[in-house]
Design a protein around this ligand. Structure first.
Ligand code: SF4
Ligand code: SF4
Length: 338
């Protein structure tokens, strides 16, 4: 089926964190303009992945209703909620309600995956998040969701120069807890970070840490981990300022939907494609095809994030596959001139 396969839906710009690398918590969330659960019926049926983000999505009382509509509208989509994990009780209650109301059945919370942001252990995380006790609260959220039986649960770490060296510790923590681990490098985004320019990690140590995680993934015998290694290779190249390994298909394969219905090719910014209260995705895409293509082709960010990399990887798997086999069995292309 043609159509976009992936989207990030920020369901609110309200946030209870005070992260040093983000300005969202400083802006007016204007919750009165937020999309209602029913309005998410607009989402294209072709989606295979919906990342529910914010702000902090669990601040919305109607998040379970939103997820229920998404599950019904996009039956093939994996729905992943990203959270800062600062409200353990509220999050536990909402995820329990999601499993009760899920049109996908009563599998304990199997209707959604959850990623809890953790950028370092203990005080490092508290400092980056600007909230004393943030790490403990995030861990409490993880414990509660484990007890609830959420099968697809993980920690998500963002690499900045403040967290170099900590990302490996977060991965070890995830391994210890028996849950998943994802990481990305910080990207500047006028949508998320307002005027603030987020510095991408740039040190030799940050590249070294990512390459070490990549080699670790290559030691595994699970092809899933080799795909992660390919992704991490791209992260190291992004840090070095190199061009993306795969072409970007923002606005075609994936898009970003903000809490008020504005649609963008990606969450880093760029040309607005329209508002979903006024047009369906296909018409929006048709009406903006030239301007979107131009903005994507001239994009200087060359981002490398799971949401912008997974769609081209699944559409054109041969190149990543060739890299994975060469790297795993022959050790090819696993170094990067520092
Ligand atoms: S990075 Fe996420 S958790 Fe932190 S202030 Fe921004 S939206 Fe909130
Ligand atoms: S490469 Fe540029 S246009 Fe493409 S997803 Fe990244 S920031 Fe957006």
């Amino acid at each position: 089926m043609l159509g976009p396969v992936s989207c990030i839906a920020a369901v609110t710009y309200g946030c209870n964190s005070r992260c040093v690398m983000c300005d969202i918590w400083k802006r007016d969330a204007d919750v009165a303009r937020e999309l209602t659960p029913d309005e998410y019926r607009w989402l294209p049926r072709s989606l295979k992945s919906v990342n529910v983000s914010g702000g902090e999505p669990f601040l919305r009382d109607d998040l379970p209703e939103i997820v229920a509509v998404m599950s019904e509208t996009c039956p093939r989509a994996r729905i992943v909620i990203s959270t800062n994990g600062l409200l353990p009780e509220r999050i536990e209650a909402a995820v329990a309600r999601i499993s009760e109301t899920s049109p996908r059945g009563s599998d304990p919370a199997g209707a959604v995956a959850v990623r809890v942001s953790v950028d370092g252990l203990g005080e490092v995380h508290d400092r980056i998040r600007g909230v004393p006790g943030a790490y403990e609260r995030a861990m409490e959220t993880v414990r509660r969701l484990q007890r609830l039986g959420v099968p697809d649960l993980g920690l998500a770490a963002t690499l900045t120069e403040d967290s170099v060296g900590e990302i490996t510790r977060v991965k070890e923590k995830a391994d210890q807890l028996g849950i998943r681990f994802v990481m990305s490098a910080a990207h500047s985004s006028p949508i998320f970070f307002g005027e603030q320019e987020v510095e991408r990690p740039h040190s030799k140590e940050s590249v070294g840490e990512v390459l070490s995680l990549m080699r670790d993934s290559l030691r595994s015998w699970r092809p899933y981990d080799w795909a992660k290694a390919y992704y991490l290779r791209g992260v190291a190249e992004y840090i070095k300022g190199r061009p993306r390994r795969m072409p970007c298909r923002a606005g075609i394969d994936f898009f970003f939907l903000d809490p008020w219905g504005d649609v963008y090719p990606c969450n880093i910014g760029g040309t607005k494609m329209g508002n979903m209260r006024e047009s369906d995705f296909k018409s929006m895409q048709r009406d903006t095809v030239d301007v979107v293509r131009e903005s994507v082709e001239s994009c200087s960010v060359q981002c490398w994030m799971v949401c912008t990399v997974a769609p081209p990887m699944s559409r054109r798997p041969l190149k990543p596959l060739a890299w994975m086999l060469g790297a795993k069995f022959l050790g090819l292309d696993t170094r990067l001139d520092q």
